[in-house]
Design a protein around this ligand. Structure first.
Ligand SMILES: Cc1cc2nc3c(=O)[nH]c(=O)nc-3n(C[C@H](O)[C@H](O)[C@H](O)COP(=O)(O)O)c2cc1C
Length: 348
């Protein structure tokens, strides 16, 4: 099991949409943690190139994360009405709106790639792949990690043959990993979810959501996680591809919120003008709305306008630090040891 061989129980979260780079993945793996490469929004060819780039930088184990395609069909009228609303908003600001599209994020070809040329771990988000898919990746030599957000998803993931459960709490930055997006989904905080899964599941758990310090990591380990998966904490590292406007927002104390306004799927980001104006009107329609807002967000990133960018970040984003990823891994591990010793003294 990959987790048994890590020098430090730290996993780099896959960070699709810019922050994930081969340099960041390799740096975390080289420092003794487990680096992940995001394949979301990339073609199978680009994913292959990035895997090659990681291998050139490091011979340590690393993982690749894949989005499970969503086969639900959103209400076309609701999508059209939301698009009209965004068009009016974009017209006022001189921005461009895209067309709704349905894609499977190159699912079949990514699975072909990962079975033909396996990496140490393949993790999934947004759903539970079939038992056949999981078995074929395992037969190729990979471990399969499934991201879950509640006890029912954890039981389903176990039933499908997962090796490890990545428990994503409400604090987490970016999209909720839930198997389906629907109104009124349960949103468990990380500690509550870990405590429940530690009782109900025997699979190893990786904790994800709001872990930004060694003390946070220590708390997750105490509650039964075998490792902590950190995303936002690594987004200011020089190796990350985080845009300048996003970096500036991460350094601020602005709070975060869950929204469907940018992509049609619930995600946590730093509050900004776009989120505040559109969140209450956005329908559930992923990936359709991702494509509607993509040109607007790209333009905003290019001109450094944080008001119209999806500023994905976890609740503890103001604790992120600008330092090389290897240093971040080492200081998280050292702080976690210290926090565990302090806790021990308190209980003794
Ligand atoms: C910018 C960004 C992109 C993300 N992209 C992915 C992704 O591609 N796949 C995935 O499983 N999770 C993704 N996540 C969620 C992370 O895996 C993880 O759950 C989250 O970062 C943990 O919370 P934290 O950011 O507070 O550490 C993303 C999160 C952020 C902030």
């Amino acid at each position: 099991m990959v987790l048994d061989d890590l020098a430090v129980p730290i996993v780099l979260a896959p960070l699709a949409g810019g922050p994930s780079t081969p340099e960041l993945t390799a740096a975390v793996s080289e420092a003794g943690g487990l680096g992940f490469l995001a394949s979301g929004y990339l073609s199978a060819e680009t994913t292959r190139d990035r895997i090659e780039a990681v291998r050139e930088l490091s011979s340590r184990p690393f993982g690749v994360n894949v989005f499970v395609p969503d086969d639900s069909s959103p209400d076309p009228q609701a999508v059209a009405a939301y698009r009209d609303r965004l068009r009016a908003w974009a017209d006022q600001r001189g921005g461009t709106i895209g067309e709704p599209q349905t894609t499977d994020d190159d699912w079949d070809r990514k699975l072909e790639l990962l079975t033909a040329d396996p990496v140490s771990v393949v993790s999934f988000t947004f759903g539970c792949p079939s038992r056949e898919v999981i078995e074929s990746l395992k037969a190729a030599g990979s471990e399969v990690w499934l991201t879950v957000t509640n006890p029912d998803e954890a039981a389903e993931a176990r039933g499908a043959g997962a090796d490890v459960l990545v428990a994503q709490g409400a604090e987490a930055g970016g999209h909720r990993a839930s198997f389906v997006d629907r109104p009124g989904l349960p949103v468990y905080g990380l500690l509550a979810l870990l405590q429940i899964l530690a009782r109900t599941e025997s699979l190893p758990l990786v904790a994800s959501g709001g872990i930004a310090t060694g003390a946070g990591l220590a708390a997750a380990l105490c509650v039964g996680a075998r490792a902590g998966q950190c995303g936002t904490a690594f987004m200011l590292c020089p190796e990350a591809g985080t845009s300048p406007a996003h970096r500036e927002a991460l350094r601020s104390g602005t709070d975060t919120a869950l929204t469907r306004a940018f992509t049609g799927r619930l995600a946590r980001g730093i509050r900004n003008e776009f989120m505040d104006e559109h969140s209450d009107r956005a329908p559930i329609a992923y990936p359709q709305l991702h494509y509607v807002t993509a040109p607007l967000r790209k333009e905003a990133r290019e001109r450094g306008d944080a008001g119209a960018i999806n500023l994905w970040a976890g609740e503890a984003h103001q604790l992120a630090e600008e330092r090389p990823a290897a240093e971040m891994v080492q200081s998280l591990a050292a702080e976690a040891r210290e926090a565990l010793e302090t806790s021990r003294r308190l209980i003794d």
